[in-house]
Design a protein around this ligand. Structure first.
Ligand SMILES: [Zn+2]
Ligand SMILES: [Zn+2]
Length: 141
């Protein structure tokens, strides 16, 4: 088990492929999850889909190294390891109450399951998942 219990809730850890950037987050504070099929997620990951979790900004902290950031749209930045390229987080340029974190960068990614699909209008035809989760053509949910 990698989890720790504390007065502030259960902590889970994650990080990039090379280990330069590490983070901790409070799983009890996760407010949403999902697969995003938008083109920006596909291109930024070089993958057919990205699975995200959403939680309050205060429930997430980098504990080793710092990521680089770039604007992937006018209002949002993506954070990634400059050495290995792993995409870790997505947050507003103007401070917002929540941020998104890539589920697959967790040490124990199976702990957090996506609960919806968004931006299905750009889902790649050969990529299909066997589930009955809600599917939104755009941002939805
Ligand atoms: Zn790295
Ligand atoms: Zn997306």
């Amino acid at each position: 088990m990698t989890g720790e219990s504390s007065a502030q809730g259960k902590l889970e850890h994650g990080g990039c492929l090379c280990g330069r950037v590490r983070y901790a987050l409070r799983v009890d504070e996760i407010s949403g999850t999902g697969y995003c099929h938008c083109r920006a997620c596909q291109r930024s990951a070089g993958a057919p889909v990205l699975a995200w979790l959403t939680l309050p900004v205060a429930g997430f902290a980098y504990i080793k190294g710092r990521p680089a950031q770039y604007l992937s749209s006018k209002a949002y930045m993506r954070e990634f390891c400059v050495d290995c390229g792993t995409q870790i987080a997505f947050r507003g340029v103007d401070p917002e109450p929540t941020l998104d974190v890539t589920i697959a960068s967790l040490d124990e990614p199976a702990l957090v399951q996506p609960n919806k699909h968004i931006w299905c209008e750009s889902r790649i035809g050969w990529f299909e998942t066997a589930d009955d989760l809600p599917r939104h053509a755009h941002g939805g949910g």
